[in-house]
Ligand binder design. Structure first.
Ligand code: HEM
Length: 509
């Protein structure tokens, strides 16, 4: 779950009508009190309307882009209002790092939207939990069994199978339909999902009977229920998010939608887990997250195990696809850079397939990866945090109770740091130390204690996939694809799957 900000799209009439004047006086009183308690000034404020604040300016737009535009006028740190919620937005590396590293202890609490509260069972997953005992224990399990360096070594075999399958499917397409554009996502997404299931429950499942739903679901349907629906739900609008004092007003359509997603997700996860429990009961253990969590069953409830497993599945299956799809789009429209990458691969690997061992000798490939993360930041805004005790950031006082939005996209597009930030130029990352694999050349994975736990896996899969696909095929954009760059809702996921024409470079792979 990497989704961040609930959209401002559907601001209901009742919210605007109620409580406006009272709210104005209350918020003025709080501000006066806060000013008295700190000698530092408050951050500059983006002017907004009474009651709804800046919601209209965020309506139907990409909030990360609007935030970035506001930074040009108000500076790297400013405040705004999403309905009655005071929010401070951070748009530069310095101030974002200050929040994530030095001042973490004052802003370690998560602020979840109503949709996320339901979907995450009120913070029962690592990425959305507060910094508490549950978080520390659960993160330990995730790193030990799945995402840490030793676990990633164990799962190497799954990554190799996945990349071979991806390449074979592209080759099969090129052999049968050489002039027809291939839907990149169809192939990559289902293989990535297969890998996430193997790591989580030990098996890529082709179909499963779900007793609670009374049906047998295909792999594609399981993917829809475990990954696509909740991702859509995570950015669903409940206008009460922006007006918590109106939470007593029902929003039935929203509640039914999210509850249904929750119910189906629970039912499918239970069916998957029950099947694996039978395997374990028959004496067959596999090195996967489920087997590890069940061995810790005295400290975790069944519901906690279900949620942690689901987290590993959804987080593996989304952001890595977003990264590789944008990288292949950028390479497909830029034959010179594609050739430069190919030459590097040929110089280092000759006619052998690229393997993970070779990654640290491929600096241009690393540049392609980091530049794609920079320009298309798969997590554009860090899941919102909440200031639980007054803090100081960037020379300003941040009152207790403020929400904090760290705009990673804004940091990665800051013209004071990046020359011509709107251009995709992997060269800007080339020239580092040969033989090292740095993960954090941008803020794409966040930072500090809550830095992305899956960064290593994301890097290994993305880099090997990009390298093998360029080594094996020549890539060109399908017709109309150059301008087909819109994204889904609030996210940076490409709206329409990438369509490319591929030509095999030879028969040797
Ligand atoms: C290119 C791919 C990815 C990007 C750009 C990315 C980015 C991020 C970001 C920005 C955060 C939030 C940091 C914060 O709250 O301060 C995060 C957290 C997290 N990510 Fe990722 N992520 C990626 C892939 C993955 C993968 C593949 C997994 C797991 C399979 C994963 C698991 C997690 C977890 C568990 C957290 C929570 C860490 C914590 O709170 O301690 N991520 N990620």
């Amino acid at each position: 779950m990497h989704q961040a900000l609930p959209p401002a799209a559907a601001i209901g009439g009742p919210a605007v009508a109620l409580g406006g004047v009272t709210l104005f006086f209350i918020s003025k009183y709080i501000k006066d009190q806060q000013k008295k308690s700190s000698s530092l000034p408050l951050p500059p404020e983006v002017p907004g309307l009474p009651v709804i604040g800046n919601l209209l300016e965020l309506k139907e737009k990409k909030p990360y882009k609007t935030f970035t535009k506001w930074a040009e006028k108000y500076g790297p740190i400013y405040s705004m209002r999403a309905g009655s919620n005071a929010m401070v937005v951070l748009n530069s590396n310095d101030v974002a790092k200050e929040a994530m590293v030095t001042k973490y202890s004052s802003i370690s609490t998560r602020k979840l939207s109503n949709a996320l509260k339901i979907l995450t069972c009120d913070k029962s997953i690592v990425a959305m939990s507060d910094y508490d005992e549950f978080y520390k224990t659960a993160k330990g399990h995730l790193l030990t069994s799945t995402l840490g360096p030793n676990a990633q070594k164990l799962h190497r075999v799954h990554r190799d199978v996945m990349i071979n399958n991806v390449c074979n499917q592209f080759r099969a397409h090129a052999n049968t339909n050489p002039s027809v554009a291939v839907n990149f996502r169809n192939i990559f997404e289902s293989q990535l999902f297969g890998l996430s299931l193997k790591e989580a429950i030990g098996e890529d499942v082709e179909s499963i009977y779900v007793e609670e739903l009374g049906i047998t679901l295909s792999g594609q349907e399981i993917f829809q229920i475990l990954v696509m629906d909740p991702m859509e739900g995570a950015i669903d609008v409940d206008w009460r998010d922006f007006f918590p004092y109106l939470k007593w007003i029902p929003n039935q359509a929203f509640e039914i939608r999210i509850e249904q997603m929750y119910y189906r997700r629970q039912a499918v996860m239970k069916a998957l887990i029950d099947k694996q429990k039978k395997r374990i009961a028959s004496g067959k253990n596999i090195k996967c997250y489920l087997d590890h969590l069940l061995s810790e069953a005295d400290t975790l409830s069944e519901q906690q195990i279900l949620m942690l497993l689901w987290e590993a599945i959804i987080e593996s299956a989304d952001t890595t696809l977003v990264t590789v799809e944008w990288a292949m789009l950028e390479l497909s429209k830029d034959p010179n850079r594609q050739n430069r990458l190919l030459s590097e691969i040929q110089n280092v690997c000759g006619s052998d397939k690229v393997t993970e061992e070779k990654l640290c000798h491929l600096p241009y490939l690393a540049g392609v990866f980091h530049e794609t993360l920079r320009k298309h930041s798969p997590v554009a805004i860090v899941p919102l945090r909440y200031v639980h005790e007054e803090a100081q950031l960037g020379g300003y006082s941040i009152p207790q109770g403020t929400e904090i939005a760290i705009n990673i996209y804004g940091c990665n597009m800051d013209p004071n740091v990046w020359d011509r930030p709107e251009e995709w130029k992997p060269e800007r990352f080339v020239g580092g130390k040969e033989g090292t694999l740095e993960l954090h050349k941008t803020l794409a994975f966040g930072g500090g204690k809550r830095v992305c736990a899956g960064a290593m896996q994301a890097m290994l899969i993305s880099c090997i996939a990009i390298a093998r696909l360029v080594q094996q095929f020549e890539w060109r954009l399908g017709e109309g694809e150059e301008t087909n760059v819109d994204t889904v809702g609030l996210t940076t996921r490409k709206l329409h799957p990438l369509l490319t024409i591929i030509n095999p470079r030879g028969e040797e792979f």
